[in-house]
Structures are given as C-alpha cells and as structure tokens.
Design a protein around this ligand. Structure first.
Ligand code: FES
Length: 142
C-alpha cells in the first residue's frame, strides 16, 4: 500500500529528533486523528534554515512527510521554505491515497508554525531590546 520512499522514511527517518539550539519550534495537531508534528528549526542571521528536525507522534505518512519536509527546507531562506507545499512533499513520497493527504498537509503546516514561532521570538527579542534601551535612557536622565 505504501511506496518504498514512505516506508524507508518511516523506518529510517533522517531528520527525527529534537534540536539543541533551535530558534524556532512549531507544533501542529490534526484534531480529527490527534496526530502531532513538532518542527525544530535553526535559522541563521541571513534567514537561512541551517537545520530542521522533527518529532512526530503520528502515522507512517505523517512521519515520512515530516522527514521530507525537513529535507526540502534545509538550506533555504524562510521565504523559500514557506513555498514548500504538501504537493511538493507528496511528489517525493509517491502515491499518497487521497484519504492520507491530510497527513502530508500537517507536515506543510508544521513548517509554517515553526516560521511563525521564529518571528514571534524575534518580535519578543526586539521589544525586550527596546525596553532595555528606554530604561537605560531613563537612568541616564535621572
Ligand atoms: Fe493522523 Fe496521519 S492519520 S496525521
């Protein structure tokens, strides 16, 4: 029923596991089946995704799709990673029955969730830096 690629990526995922030093972590869940994908990214100062890893609590297709999604976004800019679609992932995995496409879509969503987290963290850091600068200016004026 499953292609060789799906079975290979399910049995020997290349990108499984968490990541020490990840600066973006996304998590998505399919409410119907309860499967979860957690995507870890290390993004450099030029917005290039240096590394991508995943932890998936889910079916064979969700695990293999997560693994392929990591491969597809590594070395890409954030903007280019956001262009990676479930169609791109399913093309590599091979013949995905329509009723399993939601598993592949979940992998695509996990990329977006991680990128969203990256921008949230960045915004938090910027706000903290602004607060710090304001405090320093106030202290100098006192
Ligand atoms: Fe839930 Fe595949 S059955 S993601």
């Amino acid at each position: 029923m499953y292609t060789k690629t799906i079975l290979d990526r399910f049995q020997n995922p290349r990108n499984a596991g968490g990541m020490h030093g990840a600066n973006a972590i996304g998590q998505v869940e399919n409410s119907a089946c309860g499967d979860i994908i957690k995507m870890y990214l290390k993004i450099d100062d030029n917005s290039i995704i240096e590394n991508a890893k995943f932890k998936t609590c889910g079916c064979c297709v969700a695990i293999s799709a997560s693994d392929i999604a990591c491969d597809l976004i590594k070395g890409k800019t954030i903007d280019d990673a956001l262009k990676v679609s479930s169609q791109d992932i399913s093309k590599i995995l091979g013949d995905i029955p329509q009723y399993k496409m939601h598993c592949v879509i979940l992998a695509e969503e996990s990329i977006r969730s991680a990128v969203e987290d990256f921008y949230k963290q960045k915004e938090k850091a910027t706000k903290a830096a602004i607060r710090k600068t304001k405090r320093q200016i106030q202290e100098q004026q006192e």
